[in-house]
Design a protein around this ligand. Sequence first.
Ligand code: FAD
Length: 394
Amino acid sequence: MALEPPRVVIVGGGIAGLFTANALVARDIPVTVHEQAPALGEIGAGVFLTPNSVRQLHRVGLGPDVERWGARVGDGSRYHREDGTEIAGVQVTDSSGWNAVFGMHRADLVSMLADRLPDGVVQTGRRCTGLTQDDGGARVSFADGAEVEGDVVIAADGIHSELRHHVVPPSEPVFSGSVAYRGLVPHELVPDWPTDAWHMWLGPGRHFLTFPVRAGELVNFVGFVPADDEMRESWSAPGDPDQLRREFAGWDPRVGSLLEQVRTTLRWGLYDREPLPRWTEGRLSLLGDAAHPMLPHLGQGANQAIEDGMALATILARTDRDTAPAGLLAYERLRRERVAQVQRGARENGLRYDSVYADLSVRDAEMAAHVTYRKWLYDHDVLPEAEAAAGALA
Ligand code: FAD
């Protein structure tokens, strides 16, 4: 007799929740996604996708959408010193030479993930306020008084997760001491800017990143600078374009020419957490930033969330309504150490980007050598190992 698949309730309709829903739907596992905002959406900024997650997007049928809405980043991508001197090339393939690295507008990625889901899967205006569970199932309650029942609940509700405290004791996120100015410049305002390359400039205590998004129509920029006291208190706030220009005054004129065109920018405090000792309690598991918020210095938060989603769906596909909690533990076992390594790696890489080096050639050599780590990240395919973990459950 066929197994009756577990009913999955996802809290949070960001990149993590929406990709996971796609991966579950692809395996005919019933799922609903509950998002607190009145409508799905994302901030006006870019996200960088790398082969380890693009591989998974292809598997749920989203490869053509990534090609259409993304901007493929190629061989011309470079790290530079602040004065524009070239340091090293940027790794833009996995070890097989597959050039699956794309800049994407966050809103495009969210729409693309949402549009593929059947009607009724995503429910907006649903702010989760609580969870109860027992041997028979789990119930999620919402601010509007509604309650939804499932066999498993996935908390994909971000760094401020409402549900995390059901798994681990409450704790404060760790502030990095840096903030990021983020925004987009229409390519028509900087017509000479490359539409197929990723560029980063590194200086003492700060760095500046650009990559194209939306098929090259927009240039995404991120300026990482030390935090002042005001920013320590907030997560995100409108930034002052003139202040941003002052932060990078005197750098490579190419940076200045792009910043001249910035009209609006948001400032983000950069926070992460120590790797959590567990992600699962009974019928509840954490996923994406709810499980592993990380600094953006490897560009992996969303990419790792996509790996999580594929792992979870692959494992749950081999469980039923009774055995799904064992599947959650297998998902956690599979993912926790890899993601902890990436969380630690992001901190280390941030230090490399921002450190004051007495001898810059040391930093430059480290940047060039980092290609080995990138290959480790990008070569990873979570699917076969998730299938093996699922097989071990049976
Ligand atoms: P979120 O995007 O935070 O989504 C959580 C969702 O849950 C939200 O929609 C929220 O409204 C909803 N929610 C919260 N509470 C509730 C509730 N109680 N009830 C219902 N819904 C709720 N990652 C990359 O992979 N590549 C990059 O290039 C990259 N660049 C970055 C640059 C910067 C400057 C920063 C700060 C981060 C970057 N990241 C990058 C990280 C990436 O943005 C995050 O890891 C990713 O967006 C996390 O997705 P998520 O769905 O887990 O969380």
